[in-house]
Design a protein around this ligand. Structure first.
Ligand code: CA
Ligand code: CA
Length: 230
């Protein structure tokens, strides 16, 4: 199939024109909850192909190596190690206006070592944690400051952190879907993402309901004992 034909096929699948800036990048990131909503865990997979892959590896050779046009294993490792230096810095997420602090961040690249211009594909997986030093509340706003770089339009974000919450509104994600646990969608370059959510009312009501029932049970029980004695 020629390239023109492929484009046409894709266009007919995606009737709504998606502003794809680069077909050479795609990624998926998943956020899950740690101990609480204040501790978020991240895993992510990205793939870079063709020109974007070459650009990335030539940049690694230049900035983490000897700039000889060959991206070696050593250079790969020193770039990977640089991710850990991100710990302690602020991330792009905000919870009720407070910036996330990156607690841990690791990165693993996979590619064939050699001439960076010949690179066909690079995959990168990330793992990390970030936390929010914010007071607990009934209502939350999670904000993500999305970069202007159009490649992020090809990054799917899955926020699976809403088990104990009810999502009220989502803006700034394309093709979004919302279920009980997760909000999923593609990032929108240059647009702030904002998810408003609240503590589930059921959770609040469940505990008083249980204690009300046990109070009645205790009353009935003591009445029974009292009635027997007389
Ligand atoms: Ca090199
Ligand atoms: Ca590696």
């Amino acid at each position: 199939m020629g390239k023109g034909m492929l484009c046409l096929t894709l266009m007919s699948i995606f009737i709504v024109a998606i502003p794809v800036a680069s077909a050479d990048y795609s990624g998926e990131v998943e956020y899950s909850i740690g101990n609480s909503i204040f501790d978020i865990e991240v895993t992510s997979e990205e793939s870079w192909t063709n020109n974007d892959a070459s650009d990335l590896l030539c940049w690694v050779d230049e900035n983490y190596g000897n700039n000889d046009g060959i991206t070696s294993e050593n250079e790969e490792e020193s770039y990977e190690a640089s991710a850990q230096e991100m710990a302690g810095t602020e991330g792009n997420h905000y919870l009720n206006g407070v910036a996330a602090i990156l607690e841990e961040w690791t990165m693993d690249l996979s590619f064939e070592h050699g001439n960076c211009l010949d690179t066909k594909i690079v995959t990168i997986s990330y793992e990390g944690k970030f936390s929010f030093n914010v007071e607990s509340s009934d209502k939350y706003v999670l904000l993500f400051n999305t970069t202007d770089d159009a490649i992020v339009n090809n990054l799917q974000a899955n926020y699976c952190i809403f088990q104990e919450f009810e999502v009220q509104s989502v803006i700034g994600l394309a093709d979004e879907s919302i279920n009980e646990e997760c909000v999923k969608g593609f990032r929108n370059a240059g647009e702030e993402m904002e998810i408003q959510f609240e503590v589930t009312e059921d959770e609040d009501k469940l505990i008083p309901a249980i204690s009300f029932l046990s109070t009645i049970f205790v009353i009935l029980l003591s009445f029974g004992i009292f009635a027997q004695k007389t």
